[in-house]
Ligand binder design. Structure first.
Ligand code: F6P
Length: 341
């Protein structure tokens, strides 16, 4: 059996560990062959592949990015669609596809599976916003990177008696902000799920400052003040028509400064959170998911993805993962909020 693997959407630490886990198990246990589609769905739509022999996955569990490349290509556009893709699979002798990606990738995979293609999924996003899996690989690494960076911002904030704002990723949900903010002892954590007023943020900053602390605010890129209609976006749309986020920290800084009189600086961590080596936790999770994806293929579980349930890897339908975001529950925010100010 020949299996094609693709990585699609934003890159994420652990993608290579998934590929390695799948390839090693597939070769060792089932004698399967592997190819990789270059740059996500683009490679699928164009039939652009590379062979993945065992030697190609040597030592890559600790390597950031993806050896296959990625893109935000929509497989139903750019000359794609089920018939074209089926044609490429038949011509190239590919029996099944393992699609590693986030909500957009899995939604496309579902449509293609519904049209008769043999696809299984592996969920991926640093934002940890996919429902039907307890954690996604890449999230732990992003939180580690953000926490380390915020710790560094804190020492410079303390030296200059400034308020520091760290802007982290999190388009629809605030998991990275919540965890990195808690880990670094932030005086305010601002997430997309919770609208807050600028006066409340200024009050938290002032409280911390009055105790002799350098106030630290962690804000998710998707956060909006109670007076804002949408999340802050000033750089147009991506290829899926979604606003490119980023800049809410810079928007808040002068407002906080004006209300508190405390010099306030903002830093956007951006793609640093998605780059570099994955943590051990993410390497293990990603490897296990890759290996379990082979079971999905062998058992013919088309239209399902592997997922983490507690400490077990299970198989769930694409439907379970789509259409519902895993947001930060109210009690998790309330728990963190006790320590604000
Ligand atoms: O979905 C993961 C993510 O990192 C989001 O947090 C962020 O909004 C988006 O990807 C950024 O995407 P791009 O790298 O295409 O700008």
């Amino acid at each position: 059996m020949k299996i094609g693997i693709l990585t699609s959407g934003g890159d994420c630490p652990g993608l290579n560990a998934v590929i390695r886990g799948a390839v090693l198990k597939g070769i060792a246990v089932h004698g399967q062959e592997f190819v990789g589609f270059r740059d996500g769905w683009r490679g699928v739509v164009e039939g652009d592949i590379i062979d993945i022999p065992r030697t190609l996955v040597r030592g890559i569990a600790k390597q950031g990015g993806t050896i296959l490349g990625t893109s935000r290509t929509n497989p139903f556009e750019n000359g794609g669609g089920p018939a074209v893709i089926k044609g490429h699979m038949d011509r190239l002798g590919i029996d099944a596809i393992i699609a590693i990606g986030g909500e957009g990738t899995l939604a496309a995979a579902k449509r293609l599976t519904d049209a008769g293609l043999r696809i299984v999924g592996v969920p991926k996003t640093i934002d940890n916003d996919l429902d039907a899996t307890d954690y996604t690989f890449g999230f732990d690494t992003a939180v580690e990177i953000a926490t380390e960076a915020i710790d560094r911002l804190r020492t410079t904030g303390e030296s200059h008696h400034r308020c520091m704002i760290a802007e982290v990723m999190g388009r629809h949900v605030g998991w990275i902000a919540l965890h990195s903010g808690m880990a670094s002892g932030a005086h305010a954590i601002l997430i997309p799920e919770q609208r807050v007023s600028i006066d409340q943020i200024a009050a938290w900053v002032k409280l911390a400052h009055d105790r002799g602390r350098a106030p630290l605010v962690v804000v998710a890129e998707g956060f909006a003040l109670d007076t804002m209609g949408e999340a802050h976006s000033e750089r147009g749309l991506d290829t899926f028509g979604r606003p490119r986020l980023g800049g809410i920290g810079e928007r808040l800084a002068p407002e906080i400064e004006a209300r508190t009189g405390i010099e306030t600086r903002a830093t956007v961590l951006g793609h640093i959170q998605r780059g570099g080596v994955p943590t051990a936790f993410d390497r293990v999770l990603a490897t296990r998911l890759g290996m379990a994806a082979i079971d999905s293929v062998v058992e013919g579980r088309w239209g399902t993805m592997v997922s983490l349930n507690g400490t077990d890897i299970v198989h769930v339908g694409f439907d379970a993962a789509l259409g519902r975001l895993k947001t930060v529950p109210q009690d998790r925010y309330d728990e963190a909020r006790v320590l604000f100010g």
